[in-house]
Design a protein around this ligand. Structure first.
Ligand SMILES: [Zn+2]
Length: 250
C-alpha cells in the first residue's frame, strides 16, 4: 500500500511536470502566482499583485453579471445621443486617465446621477473594466441585492462583517443604482457605514444613481455631503430629455 501511495505521488508530480512542459504558464491568468493569488517566499506567503482583480472577478461572477459587465465598455457606448451623454462619456474617460494620480485623494470618486437612460450604469461599468485592465480591482455592489443580503445577515455577525468589510475596505467600490426603491433607516445606516469609512480613508467609489445631488442630501445629509465631496471633480447630473446639463458648480 505504501508503495502504491508513493507511486501515485510520483505520478502526480510527473504529470504536473509534463503539464508545465507542455503548456508552460500560459494557461494561467497570472503567470507569477499561477492563479493561487499568493506567492511563496522564505518567510511564508505574500499576496500577489493580481489578488484584488481575482477577488473582483469572483464577486462579479457571484452577482451573475460578469457578462453584462464585460460587455459594457467605452467602445460600444453610444455617446452621440445628446450633449449631456457626450459630456458624461468624456468625464468617464477623463476619470480613468486621471485615476492613478488622484486615487489617494479625497476627491477620487466619480458619480453619474439623475434620470433613467443616459447610460449611467454603462459608463460605470466601462470605467471599472478599464481600471481592471490596468490591474485595479473594482468590487461590484449592486445596491438593491447587496443591501438585501446584508440585512438578511444582520444576525449572523461573521457573514455580516465579511460583506461589510469587503465593501468598506476594497480599493475601488462600484455602487450601481444607489438608493433605488424604498429606503429604510437600516438601508441608510448600512450605506453610511460604508461611505463614511471610505470617505475617511480616501477610498474611491464609482456610483450610479437615479437620485440627484439634492435628493442624496435629503435622504441623509452625512452620506450625501461625503459623496458629493468625493465626486466633486467627476460628477454629472443628467436631466430629463433636454440638452441641459451641468457639471458641479464650483
Ligand atoms: Zn498573481
Amino acid at each position: 500500500m505504501k508503495n502504491q501511495a508513493k507511486n501515485s505521488l510520483e505520478k502526480l508530480k510527473n504529470s504536473i511536470a509534463n503539464d508545465e512542459e507542455e503548456h508552460g504558464t500560459e494557461k494561467y491568468k497570472c503567470a507569477k502566482c499561477r492563479d493561487v493569488t499568493y506567492i511563496l517566499t522564505d518567510d511564508g506567503a505574500v499576496p500577489c499583485s493580481c489578488k484584488d482583480i481575482r477577488e473582483a472577478e469572483r464577486i462579479l461572477a457571484k452577482s451573475g453579471i460578469s457578462k453584462e459587465f464585460a460587455n459594457k465598455t467605452f467602445d460600444n457606448f453610444d455617446y452621440a445621443r445628446n450633449m449631456q451623454v457626450f459630456n458624461s462619456y468624456n468625464m468617464a474617460r477623463q476619470y480613468v486617465k486621471d485615476f492613478e494620480s488622484i486615487k489617494d485623494n479625497r476627491k477620487n470618486s466619480v458619480i453619474f446621477m439623475g434620470s433613467v437612460g443616459g447610460g449611467k450604469s454603462h459608463l460605470s461599468f466601462a470605467i471599472a473594466n478599464e481600471l481592471m485592465k490596468n490591474g485595479v480591482g473594482v468590487i461590484y455592489m449592486g445596491y438593491r441585492d447587496s443591501i438585501m443580503k446584508i440585512k438578511q445577515n444582520v444576525m449572523n455577525m461573521d457573514v455580516y462583517e465579511k460583506i461589510m468589510n469587503r465593501y468598506k475596505e476594497c480599493k475601488v467600490l462600484l455602487i450601481d443604482d444607489l438608493f433605488k426603491g424604498n429606503i429604510t433607516s437600516s438601508d441608510i445606516n448600512i450605506i453610511f457605514e460604508i461611505v463614511n469609512y471610505r470617505y475617511f480613508n480616501n477610498l474611491a467609489m464609482i456610483i450610479s444613481t437615479e437620485k440627484c445631488g439634492s435628493e442624496l442630501l435629503e435622504i441623509d445629509e452625512a452620506i450625501g455631503s461625503r459623496i458629493l465631496e468625493m465626486t466633486k471633480d467627476y460628477g454629472i447630473e443628467l436631466k430629463g430629455r433636454k440638452l441641459n446639463y451641468r457639471i458641479y458648480d464650483n
